[in-house]
Write a protein that binds this ligand. Structure first.
Ligand SMILES: O=C(O)CCC(=O)C(=O)O
Ligand SMILES: [Fe+2]
Length: 543
């Protein structure tokens, strides 16, 4: 059996840019698009007239970049991190489209050049191989790459973890992209150290949180424990390594419904989280806020709302706030109010991110014609170069608003939708007040979660969103912003206890949660099996 993934090319001798038919200064100008279809980030180098590589861009998996260049110029694409050569290309015509595919698999880069792993992967790398069937993957792998969200499947033999089969960037595909041999006695920290460097999609940013390993339901695995300590029952064979160090929910596919189990404490049983959009990742949870919590937010926040401000970008100094935002807001403290504290804890349970990482809830009121032009909730350091305070708060981009839980406390008769103009990767609009496209309607008690960052810590420009004009009625809503680092707004004893509860490692709780995931997977597996079959029947290398 041979692998579907081709070997990587080796470097050609004398590979370099050559002037076209004309003199160097009269070369034929051209544009080229480079598409990264590999599972890892790719570095794009221009190879100059002397054969020296000049780094010109880094392309995340699934992304592309455009370069202006010249006919006869030479380009090399390498895996970021390992430097493995993926492709060499000489531009021959104008408007070229160059695709970079996975080659060699990263097992060729594995520590110790594990030949046996390579062989094993060729034989068992497909999902219908015996090992992978035990791994609950269906609620974790998605139709799109989820940058920096790596699914690890523990392959257990004789009760011991033998290998980790990895689906880099959480993409649903018939075979795993990497295989790592382990002893089974390694600690979680050691596993991260072994696997992490091979999977990184970007260079780590100074001061950014470090990689972390989670269970399939988003519980952080303590670094000092080993697989032997934590055990690998069936429900825990699939784990997730997240580059940005904080949990992200994978979108799976539009319409995917994930039950939120007992971990979310609420009088409401059976609430679910539904995927509304893959790019950006948007999820909806109906009936998330209890009636009495909606009432309490309005009662406590309502009388205090004041004209909203915005953190003004360098380029927008001197403009009036009304140009973007005509809502009123108020930051509502929860401390000492048991109803609001319960909501805090439910948000923590929903996001799996410590409540200490959130800002105070920002209550918003929109009256007739109130709206908020499209913007991103993260702060782009390039836009705040002259605002040292903001730059400090975001550690030059390493710290940011990871996600937004957007809450609706009223039904709006007409208008007031939340719009995502870059939905599906569409280019940013020229008119930020345009409310056409993908929209979510306000509905009392409902929340949406959208991710402003990718799991690798990069900001996600597709998370652009705005609030459409309210045409009839009053829109009451709230921003619940959760950062990838602690914020210090919620440091009361009650919040510390919530954080402790999230971090508590208890086998019993984990089993309950994972049982739900496993059941869910049982329900999905027919669908999943069908997808694997259709994917592998067109492969030429069946055993
Ligand atoms: O009102 C909406 O639907 C969106 C509001 C928003 O994006 C914000 O306040 O940051
Ligand atoms: Fe926003």
């Amino acid at each position: 059996a041979k692998s579907e993934i081709p070997d990587c090319p080796s470097e050609s001798v004398e590979f370099r840019s050559r002037p076209g038919t004309q003199h160097v200064d009269e070369e034929e100008n051209t544009e080229a698009s480079f598409y990264n279809q590999a599972q890892v980030a790719v570095e794009l180098y221009w190879v100059d007239f002397e054969g020296q590589e000049q780094l010109s861009d880094s392309i995340a998996p699934g992304e592309s970049t455009r370069q202006s260049s010249y006919v006869g110029h030479a380009w090399r694409m390498r895996a970021e991190g390992s430097g493995q050569l993926f492709k060499e290309h000489i531009l021959s015509q104008s408007e070229e489209h160059i695709e970079v595919k996975q080659c060699g698999m990263s097992y060729s880069n594995l520590q110790g050049q594990d030949e046996e792993s390579k062989l094993w992967l060729q034989q068992h790398g497909s999902r219908d191989g015996p090992a992978l069937i035990d791994c609950p993957l269906s609620a974790l792998l998605s139709e799109v790459t989820v940058r920096g969200f790596h699914v690890l499947c523990a392959v257990v033999e004789a009760g011991k973890v033998e290998r980790l089969c990895v689906f880099a960037n959480g993409l649903d595909q018939p075979r795993c992209t990497h295989s790592f041999r382990v002893q089974g006695g390694e600690t979680v920290d050691a596993v991260i150290k072994l696997v992490g460097p091979q999977l990184l999609t970007r260079r780590p940013r100074p001061r950014a949180p470090s990689l972390a390993l989670f269970t399939a339901s988003g519980r952080r695995l303590p670094g000092h424990l080993s697989f032997a300590d934590i055990g690998v029952p069936e429900y825990r064979r699939a784990m997730v390594l997240i580059e940005g160090g904080e949990w992200h929910w994978p979108p799976v596919q539009v319409g995917f419904v994930r039950p939120l189990h007992g971990f979310v404490h609420s009088g409401l049983e059976g609430i679910t989280m539904k995927t509304l959009s893959l790019k950006p990742r948007v999820f909806e949870v109906k009936s998330f806020i209890e009636e009495k919590e909606c009432d309490r937010m309005l009662e406590k926040g309502g009388p205090h709302v004041k004209k909203s401000g915005v953190v003004v970008k360098d380029s927008d100094h001197g403009k009036s706030v009304d140009e973007w935002r005509t809502s009123k807001n108020y930051y509502l403290p929860s401390e000492g109010d048991s109803i609001l504290e319960a909501l805090d804890e439910r948000v923590q349970n929903l996001t799996r991110i410590r409540i200490s990482h959130s800002e105070l809830a920002q209550i918003l009121k929109y009256d007739y014609n109130g709206r908020y032009l499209a913007h991103t909730d993260y702060f782009d350091p390039n836009h705040y170069k002259s605002d040292k305070g903001t730059l400090r708060a975001i550690a030059n981009g390493a710290h940011n608003r990871l996600l937004t839980v957007f809450m609706y406390m009223s039904n709006v008769e007409k208008g007031g939708e939340t719009v995502f103009p870059a939905h599906g990767g569409k280019p940013h609009p020229s008119d930020y007040s345009d409310c056409s496209g993908f929209r979510v309607s306000p509905e009392r008690q409902k929340v949406i979660i959208f991710y402003n960052m990718h799991p690798n810590g990069d900001p996600d420009p597709d998370s652009l969103h705005g609030g459409c004009k309210v045409k009839n009625g009053t829109k009451w809503s709230a921003n619940f912003w959760v950062w990838n680092v602690e914020q210090g707004h919620k440091r009361a004893e009650v919040h510390d206890r919530m954080v402790d509860r999230l971090q508590m490692w208890e086998e019993r709780v984990d089993r309950q949660e994972e049982a739900v995931v496993t059941q869910l997977v049982a329900g999905l597996s027919a669908d999943h099996e069908a997808r694997v079959k259709s994917a592998s029947s067109d492969g030429a290398d069946e055993l």
